[in-house]
Design a protein around this ligand. Structure first.
Ligand code: AGP
Length: 614
């Protein structure tokens, strides 16, 4: 996903921009660039690959005069090339722009501008936008804020999504930014202003931020700013305070962000639960749902939708809601839901789960559910994100920033929240006090049990490295362990590039067993004692075909180490919480295999942390 950074102030502009881009590298990109004003012209530097290549190319003679913008590009329109990298300059040289998003009607605008004499040097939709801004600027009379009005008028012709930052040579101390679907926030410093796609780019300098809403434009003039809408309404900025530190987005002593975030899970789970249990400790409570107990009782059906790892969290949530709340529940891929016209009962409650709160498919699914009149709630990790703000209410995970592209602490926190929701709905229906109290006790004990697994990660590393050379792997589990199998397979494939698939264990004999051989090991999630014999039968079927077997079991399981090639034990816990404990070894398993293969664990090829394109 592209990233934008901007700065107006008296510090070293290029360094602020480069630092900000580095902090957002985890979002995924393939080229980077910065622009500033030097003398009476723009100075622009762009490079392919990592931000470091850009830093290395910054000549010491470059000195941006108090203002600059930067960008990392995850290519959509036009191949990966310096020519297509941002920032882009308008044909007449008056403007430079960085853009996150997609201008859907760029071709018709490009044809119009070409007919008006504009020439284009890149294949991007962004260059079309900056020329449209210049076109309007040249038409505008010289009065009022011509710069802001030109951007506003250009955007009125645009269909699509954007987060943009624009500089104008005629207004060398000013910046105009605007957003529609692509997040953008302002950082308010001491006599300086920051702009970024993600707060982690600026939290080192200020915690005072303003999240722009869709359809808003901000005009920044040195240390002051104003916000208007596309309909020219003045907006009173809502200032927020970031509640985390720069250390939260620093790797610290860890080799990778992913390992740091795996190890942060005990704290992330504590944060997800903090202040969210009733005084009698027999149920959960969430103020953000904005639903009374009476309204919650009237819910006839629940739909969860999301993408990727968050979709796996939805599958666990479905299992928990059906088992503990006895509420009919279903799960849809967000990308399928938005076009599926899925029939739902009138008292259906829709949950959208999204770590970033910016996944376009998930946001579109939310909009579709709301268009159909369903109350739509968000479970998300990003405060002030689009999905959080556009929902009818919801629950923040409070996992802290998740930088590694492969989601870990966000997933287990989402499942923890889902378990608490199942408890809440269950206690509003048939679950008794004692059962609820035991559930809460198990939740309270959960972080320490996750810490136990994290502290034994060396054992998992030794097991994992034995499988680092594999090219195929199956993950198999039953009931609530099936989504865990899917998640384990996704972790492995996205960071080690090993082909991995998750299946219900019993389903293996209906096809996937054809893959099983000494070259295709199988990982079994065998944590449920009541169906252990069935899973052991599946393990024997696999072993009969000379495949190696790794099994994840609960402590005290009847499945002994002699029965499989490698055994990973997790602490005993409440059945509802086993998916969380069983996932942690699989995160570490994938991590250590990818590490042994020398993969780029925090920035896997082709992947972005948040997918804001369709
Ligand atoms: C998970 O490891 C992946 N990076 C990806 O599947 C991710 O879960 C998906 O893109 C959804 O992201 P979101 O939770 O921010 O909406």
């Amino acid at each position: 996903m592209c990233s934008i950074v901007g700065y107006v102030g008296d510090r070293d502009v290029a360094q602020i921009l480069l630092d900000g881009l580095e902090r957002m590298e985890y979002r995924g990109y393939d080229s980077a660039g910065i622009a500033g004003i030097q003398g009476d012209d723009f100075t622009i530097v762009k490079r392919l690959g990592r931000v470091k290549n850009l830093s290395d190319a910054i000549d010491p003679s470059i000195h941006f005069e108090g203002i600059g913008i930067g960008h990392t590009r995850w290519s959509t329109h036009g191949k990966v090339s310096v020519k297509n990298a941002h920032p882009h300059v308008s044909f007449g040289g008056l403007f430079t722009i960085v853009h996150n998003g997609v201008i859907e009607n760029y071709e018709s605008i490009k044809n119009f501008l070409s007919d008006s004499g504009y020439k284009f040097y890149s294949e991007t939709d962004t260059e079309v936008l900056v020329n449209l801004i210049e076109y309007h600027f040249n038409k505008e009379k010289d009065s009022g804020n011509k710069f802001l009005r030109s951007v506003q008028k250009a955007l009125l012709h645009v269909r699509g999504t954007y987060g943009i930052a624009v500089l104008c040579k005629r207004n060398p101390k000013e910046m105009v930014v605007a957003r529609k679907s692509s997040p953008l926030l302002l950082g308010i410093g001491d006599n300086e202003m920051f702009v970024a796609s993600d707060a982690c780019a600026i939290v080192a300098y200020t915690k005072n931020v303003v999240y722009l809403n869709d359809g808003e434009l901000a005009h920044i003039a040195h240390s002051d700013f104003s916000i208007i809408t596309m309909r020219n309404e003045k907006i009173d900025a809502v200032k927020c305070q970031l509640d985390w530190e720069i250390e939260d987005v620093s790797r610290g002593a860890y080799e990778h962000f992913m390992l740091k975030e795996i190890c942060e899970q005990p704290m992330a789970l504590q944060n997800a639960m903090r202040g969210r249990f009733s005084d009698d400790l027999s149920t959960a409570k969430f103020g953000g749902l904005r639903l009374s107990p009476m309204e919650l009782r009237q819910v006839d059906r629940i739909l969860f939708c999301a993408c990727g790892t968050a979709w796996h969290a939805c599958l666990v949530a479905e299992y928990l809601m059906k088992k503990y709340a006895r509420i009919p529940t279903e799960v849809e891929y967000a990308s399928e839901f938005r076009y599926g016209n899925i029939p739902l009962e009138k008292n259906t409650l829709v949950f959208v789960i999204s770590q970033s709160g910016e996944t376009l498919d998930s946001f579109a699914a939310m909009q579709e559910a709301k268009r159909k009149g369903y109350r739509t709630l968000a479970i998300t990790n990003a405060v002030g994100s689009t999905i959080a703000r556009e929902s009818d209410g919801g629950i923040y995970q409070h996992s802290g920033p998740e930088i590694g592209v492969a989601s870990t602490k966000a997933f287990t926190a989402q499942v923890c929240v889902a378990a608490m929701l199942a408890l809440l709905f269950g206690r509003l229906r048939d679950m008794g006090f004692d059962e609820g109290f035991a559930f809460v006790q198990a939740l309270h004990e959960l972080p320490a049990k996750v810490a136990q697994i994290v502290e034994s990660r060396e054992e998992i590393r030794l097991i994992a490295e034995k499988y680092a050379h594999c090219e195929d792997m199956l993950f198999l589990g039953r009931q609530s362990m099936f989504p865990v199998a899917l998640e384990g397979a996704l972790k492995l494939k996205e960071i080690s590039y090993i082909h991995a698939e998750g299946y219900p264990a019993a389903e293996m004999k209906h096809g996937p067993i054809a893959l099983v051989s000494e070259k295709c090991p199988c990982v079994f999630l065998a944590t449920q004692n009541d169906i252990l014999q069935k899973t052991m039968s599946n393990i024997q079927e696999v072993k009969a075909r000379n495949a190696r077997v790794v099994a994840v079991v609960s402590e005290g399981s009847d499945l002994s180490s002699g029965f499989v090639d490698d055994l990973i034990q997790i602490p005993r816990t409440h059945d509802a919480l086993k998916p969380i404990l069983a996932t942690v070894p699989l995160q570490l398993f994938a991590y250590y295999i990818a590490r042994a293969r020398g993969c780029d664990i925090d920035k896997p090829r082709n992947l972005a942390k948040s997918v804001t394109v369709e």
